[in-house]
Design a protein around this ligand. Structure first.
Ligand code: DX5
Ligand code: ZN
Length: 217
């Protein structure tokens, strides 16, 4: 089996101590950065200056999840601010294939994602062109929501489609992931787990990461 990556979501961290909160997850694989525009999703999180600050504070891979309408307008800005990977929603642009190509042309890892209510077929045409597919296991917009159980079957289906293509793309899950349900995601075929409240919650991020490591042993 391939190694599982952990990507703690900064959305759940204490922004007044961003540097410390990043250092606390240096043992993780990626930092997940949730950008929300108040239009594609009913909440506003943060944008370019916070990503740039995180970039200055940490050498971690910055995995940027754009919950933004027409993300193609901002790809270069996010690349310049320090993104290593950019993940865009298939619902947010009429030109998902072009948008993925634009991310690639910027030299960044290209990810595609979809809301829980969007049929998986929506991402199938670009599967061969992406470095990451993200299964949203909650409706995007807020941290701390409950995992939607039907997401497991969606992970299994995407695992099959990626394997059929012999694709090395990461299969990422985001929303309601905890140290209790992490193993089930990996068994379904996920290779990268995003977790916000389950990492930055009780006892701080180092303890949170340790709980995941134990669970995935
Ligand atoms: C939700 C975000 C998630 C969020 C996950 O819209 O995309 O990345 O931070 O938070 P938890 O792990 O608390 O569900
Ligand atoms: Zn996210």
């Amino acid at each position: 089996p391939r190694p599982v990556k952990l990507a703690p979501s900064l959305l759940a961290c204490d922004f007044s101590r961003l540097g410390d909160e990043l250092r606390a997850i240096e043992g993780a694989d990626w930092a997940h950065v949730d950008v929300m525009d108040g239009s594609f999703v009913p909440n506003i999180s943060f944008g370019l200056p916070i990503l740039a600050a995180a970039r200055r504070a940490s050498p971690l891979f910055m995995d940027v999840h754009l919950m933004v309408d027409r993300p193609e307008r901002y790809l270069r800005d996010f690349a310049d601010a320090g993104a290593d990977g950019l993940t865009v929603h298939v619902e947010a642009t009429p030109h998902i294939h072009r948008t993925v190509q634009q991310i690639r042309e910027l030299g960044k890892r290209a990810g595609v994602t979809l809301n829980p209510g969007t049929p998986l077929e929506a991402v199938r045409p670009v599967l061969a062109d992406v470095d990451l597919v993200l299964v949203m296991s909650v409706n995007p917009g807020f941290g701390g929501q409950k995992f939607i159980p039907a997401s497991l079957e969606r992970i299994r289906t995407l695992r099959r489609w990626l394997d059929e293509l012999d694709s090395p793309a990461e299969l990422q899950v985001d929303g309601g992931v905890t140290s209790q349900n992490a193993r089930a995601m990996v068994h379904a075929g996920a290779t990268c787990l995003v977790a916000g409240s389950a990492v930055y919650g009780e006892g701080g991020a180092q303890a949170g990461l340790e709980r995941f490591r134990e669970a995935l042993k």
